[in-house]
Design a protein around this ligand. Structure first.
Ligand SMILES: Nc1ncnc2c1ncn2[C@@H]1O[C@H](COP(=O)(O)OP(=O)(O)OP(=O)(O)O)[C@@H](O)[C@H]1O
Ligand SMILES: [Mg+2]
Length: 221
């Protein structure tokens, strides 16, 4: 939107390895940063490169903060994603079974996706994002409305995906999750990068006052 600066002077290098986790208050710019990385929008100034090149990797997937399901069954939603990813039709049945099991939705293949509970839809959205075996997986608050068991399922999936060599960049409001999953932490506030660093040191010895305030659970205003 004209005149509104959403991300300002954000300079960030995301390396291979364990997930990069974006944290920060509402409106910090996490979703916008993920949408830019996904190639869904272009920066008004500045540039985004992948391994030094401008092309967004083909094998990338994004899971949105508010996933929208097609008016089809859970399996139908996955079929759509498998087709889009160019997976051979003969492999669909096996992959659907595998993907549903992975996110803890076994047996729900025929259920209309929009009748699934919010948390189930969120897990189906993750399965859908995984359909094409992405090399880059962008996840916007993947466990925002999930209970602890479902959250653990998703965190295990994220770890497994990262262990296979895919790069995960995700956002979360759950600092425990950022600590559990994060290789690198990126703290955003009002479109600015406040602090970034390896999770191991970010949480124990934040370098900025703002990060200390945020990690202490105080309000960053
Ligand atoms: N297309 C747009 N036009 C105008 N403002 C926008 C647009 N998209 C995002 N914004 C604004 O940019 C800011 C950053 O939004 P963004 O969705 O990236 O934040 P976020 O960190 O994901 O927040 P949350 O934790 O609430 O999901 C917000 O103030 C939002 O209102
Ligand atoms: Mg957001």
């Amino acid at each position: 939107m004209r005149g509104v600066t959403i991300l300002d002077r954000l300079s960030l290098t995301v390396g291979a390895g364990a997930p990069t986790v974006l944290i920060g208050p509402n409106g910090a710019g996490k979703t916008t940063a993920l949408r830019l990385m996904a190639g869904l929008m272009a920066p008004t100034s500045g540039r985004i490169t992948w391994g030094g090149r401008p092309d967004v990797p083909a094998r990338r997937a994004i899971m949105f903060q508010k996933p929208a399901m097609l008016r089809r069954s859970a399996g139908g939603n996955l079929r759509y994603a498998l087709n889009a990813a160019g997976i051979p039709r003969r492999d669909y049945a096996g992959r659907i079974h595998e993907l549903l099991a992975l996110v803890g939705l076994d047996g729900l293949e025929r259920r209309p996706a929009r009748r699934l509970s919010g948390g189930e839809q969120q897990r189906l959205a993750l399965a859908r994002a995984l359909a094409g075996d992405p090399a880059v997986l962008l996840l916007d608050e993947p466990t925002a409305s999930l209970d602890p068991a479902a959250t653990k399922t998703i965190e295990d999936v994220i770890r497994a995906v990262a262990a296979k060599g895919a790069k995960v960049v995700m956002s979360t409001h759950d600092l425990g999750q950022a600590r559990r999953l994060g290789g690198d932490i990126v703290l955003l506030h009002r479109g600015r990068l406040l602090e970034t660093g390896p999770a191991a040191t970010f949480f124990t010895s934040p370098q900025t006052e703002a990060a200390r305030i945020f990690l202490a659970g105080d309000l960053l205003v």
